[in-house]
Design a protein around this ligand. Structure first.
Ligand code: M6R
Length: 365
């Protein structure tokens, strides 16, 4: 049931704190050590892994873009993310030192399953991150980590995405600890940061009225852009997909630095541009990118951390997310943008939970 919510999508956005709590709680013991029941890779095997491919479709792929950051930064392993339907055609190099991570909410997406089979054939180690126990991908992969998001009914993925990203962070911490390459201090900081995510998401959801007012302002626009640098760019990619999928608004995500290499030609008066600036080390560069679009008439909606008040000077609207470690800001920064897409969709009278032409689980290539 929708438990009093008008749509499953809104219900599932609101269920994110709970899903993330479950996803973390089930794996962390009283000594703050992470355990995964269905991972059969030992210390030596994990140490032997030289590179990682993260393979998925749609939103799960976007979660993989954040996962790539986590694995490279925390676990210090070269990681790449690729779209499942393309992966096999680039003849990817894999051997027993390769770990292929398949991300799939349903565990039934055919392209992702085909990539898993190919990876096994080539002798790579495989690991599934999925929300459905006993799904095809869970059964066929050598190792599994379940997200504990609970059933996701809306076609648009929300809580599966955030729990997938959380799993990537936990996996990165787990590998880093096994390989003894992380200090206790860094380990604790990141784990504490993850533990605080649910509460922070609740604070963001409490700003729903403000986000709804912004949705009201952009609901008749025919196009829009999402800008971000670094981790914020992966958030932009997912935020843009949500708006296209549920609100039928043509949007694109751009890496802020790429703007002046062509795409800035698209910016004209009153075009909504959502600028995501959660990363403190990239903040100044991102602000100068906002100025560039603002000078060309864009209607700028910024998503940033609470202390970055200067964005108010260059933005028409600012949505603040609670202060958090930069590394995990991507998990919270998506939430207001899920809500924005949801409200634009609802205001347009679209069947939010079942947007046209889409299926929850894609079992054809
Ligand atoms: O079940 P999966 O995670 O494998 O599904 C992958 C995509 O089809 C899915 O994420 C799709 O992009 C969503 N509808 C996006 O909200």
């Amino acid at each position: 049931t929708k438990a009093g919510y008008p749509h499953f999508m809104l219900k599932e956005i609101n269920e994110q704190p709970e899903g993330i709590r479950e996803t973390i709680k089930r794996r962390v013991d009283e000594n703050n050590l992470i355990h995964f029941d269905d991972i059969n890779l030992g210390k030596e095997e994990l140490k032997a892994i030289k590179d990682i491919y993260i393979i998925a479709c749609g939103t799960a792929y976007n979660a993989g873009l954040q996962g790539r950051f986590a694995l490279q930064k925390i676990a210090k392993i070269k990681a790449d993310a690729d779209i499942a339907s393309e992966f096999r055609y680039s003849d990817p190099f894999m051997d027993e030192t390769t770990l292929v991570i398949l991300v799939s909410q349903s565990g039934e997406t055919l392209d992702t399953l085909a990539a898993l089979r190919e990876a096994k054939l080539k002798g790579a180690k495989t690991l599934a991150i999925t929300n459905v126990i006993g799904s095809s991908i869970a059964r066929e992969a050598d190792n599994v980590i379940y997200t504990w998001a609970g059933p996701e009914i809306a076609v648009a993925s929300t809580k599966a995405y955030t729990t997938q990203v959380v799993v990537f962070y936990m996996l990165s911490l787990y590998i880093a600890k096994l390989k003894e390459i992380i200090t206790d201090e860094d380990y604790t900081t990141i784990l504490n940061g993850l533990n605080e995510v649910p509460e922070k998401i609740e604070k963001i959801i409490a700003q729903e009225d403000k986000i709804k007012a912004i949705a009201e302002k952009i609901k008749d626009c025919t196009q829009g852009f999402y800008l971000g640098r670094g981790l914020d760019y992966s958030v932009a990619t997912e935020a843009s997909l949500k708006m296209k999928e549920v609100a039928y608004m043509h949007t694109e995500a751009f890496a802020s630095g790429e703007l002046k290499h062509g795409t800035i030609a698209l910016i004209e008066d009153d075009i909504p541009v959502v600028a995501i600036t959660t990363q403190s080390s990239l903040f100044e560069k991102s602000v100068s990118n906002i100025k560039e679009v603002k000078a060309r008439g864009a209607y700028v909606i910024s998503v940033t951390q609470e202390n970055n008040k200067v964005v108010e000077e260059v933005s028409d609207e600012v949505i603040y997310i609670p202060e958090t470690d930069d590394l995990i800001a991507g998990i919270t920064a998506i939430v207001p943008l899920q809500l924005l897409a949801y409200h634009v969709s609802a205001m347009r009278g679209i069947d939010v939970d079942k947007p046209r032409n889409l299926a929850k689980s894609v079992t054809v290539e």
